[in-house]
Design a protein around this ligand. Structure first.
Ligand SMILES: [Fe+2]
Length: 297
């Protein structure tokens, strides 16, 4: 066999492996943990923090957090090999090992509105699991959900889009607001400047698109933020091609904020890779993720 043919065969095998991995990776749900802490609000600094591994610190131990949320985002149910049953299993496991105070969905039920029933069915299964465990289930809209009518009611979660709730620490008398901002979609984009909560307690903001942070007025900057939207790039390409060429309107990816835990101007931010696949049914080096978010007030 000549050298040319050998190189060709190796290249073909590599391409085949790449395609197979693109199709396989959406099935691998990663359950991880992130610990968010309160910082001094500052200007102009972004630093990347580390994501921790499970298991959780047992309930009642001295270094347990004030609050524990289970956060998942971007199910895009048209192509979401991670079933609701698997998501529920992860919620139950987190609840049994450390206790979960709230489950929060970060938006993008579907990619196309005509498939909404499939998305509602998925979230209703999660909602039933939360009811069984006695955990409240909250959610916000994603940019793909802006044309859905009554999506929270039909999905079985309490909307935080223009709403807030107060969460109480499990180990002290500290409290926090949990609130959200609505996503208006990308065509006629409206950014919120103010939040739907008071200022007596630190704010945990759920915002589908992390770029929402850049449009908040300085007095509305939250202490903690949970987001999704970028899918971790979904299919990571060299030189961040997906963000520098394909999705040029997104601002945070150009600053390196794509997925993971960041301290942005003093706000502790977690950006999830999400669960399902948008547009194309592939993921590469960006596995689906459902995260236990521990909050120290
Ligand atoms: Fe999405």
């Amino acid at each position: 066999m000549d050298v040319f043919l050998t190189v060709l065969l190796i290249l073909a095998a590599l391409i085949l492996l790449y395609v197979l991995w693109c199709l396989a990776e959406p099935f691998f749900l990663v359950n991880d943990k992130v610990v968010l802490k309160k910082h001094e609000i500052n200007k102009g600094t972004i630093s990347k923090e580390t994501i921790s591994k499970l298991p959780l610190v047992p309930q009642g131990s001295s270094d347990a957090p004030d609050l524990r949320l289970f956060f998942f985002s971007d199910i895009h149910t048209e192509w979401c090999p991670v079933t609701a049953a698997r998501m529920n299993k992860a919620i139950k496991k987190a609840h049994e090992s450390g206790g979960v105070d709230a489950v929060v969905f970060g938006g993008d039920i579907i990619t196309y509105p005509e498939n909404s029933e499939k998305g509602y069915k998925y979230l209703n299964e999660v909602s039933a699991c939360c009811r069984e465990l006695g955990i409240p289930f909250y959610g916000i809209s994603g940019n793909h959900d802006c044309n859905l009518k009554n999506a929270p009611e039909r999905s079985g979660f309490i909307s935080l889009d223009t709403n807030s709730v107060i969460l109480s620490s499990r180990k002290s008398d500290a409290k926090a607001y949990l609130t959200g901002v609505p996503d208006s979609g990308k065509i006629h984009r409206v950014w919120q400047e103010k939040l739907s909560c008071g200022n007596e307690y630190p704010v945990i903001l759920a915002a589908h698109d992390p770029d929402a942070f850049l449009h908040l007025s300085p007095d509305s900057r939250p202490a903690y933020m949970l987001s999704g939207h970028f899918h971790g790039g979904q299919m990571k390409l060299p030189f961040r091609f997906e963000f520098n060429v394909l999705r040029t309107t997104d601002k945070f990816p150009k600053m390196g904020v794509i997925q993971g835990h960041f301290n942005i101007n003093g706000t502790d931010v977690f950006v999830s890779r999400g669960v399902g696949c948008g547009i194309l049914p592939f993921r590469i080096f960006s596995a689906p993720e459902a995260t236990v978010v521990e909050i120290c007030l």
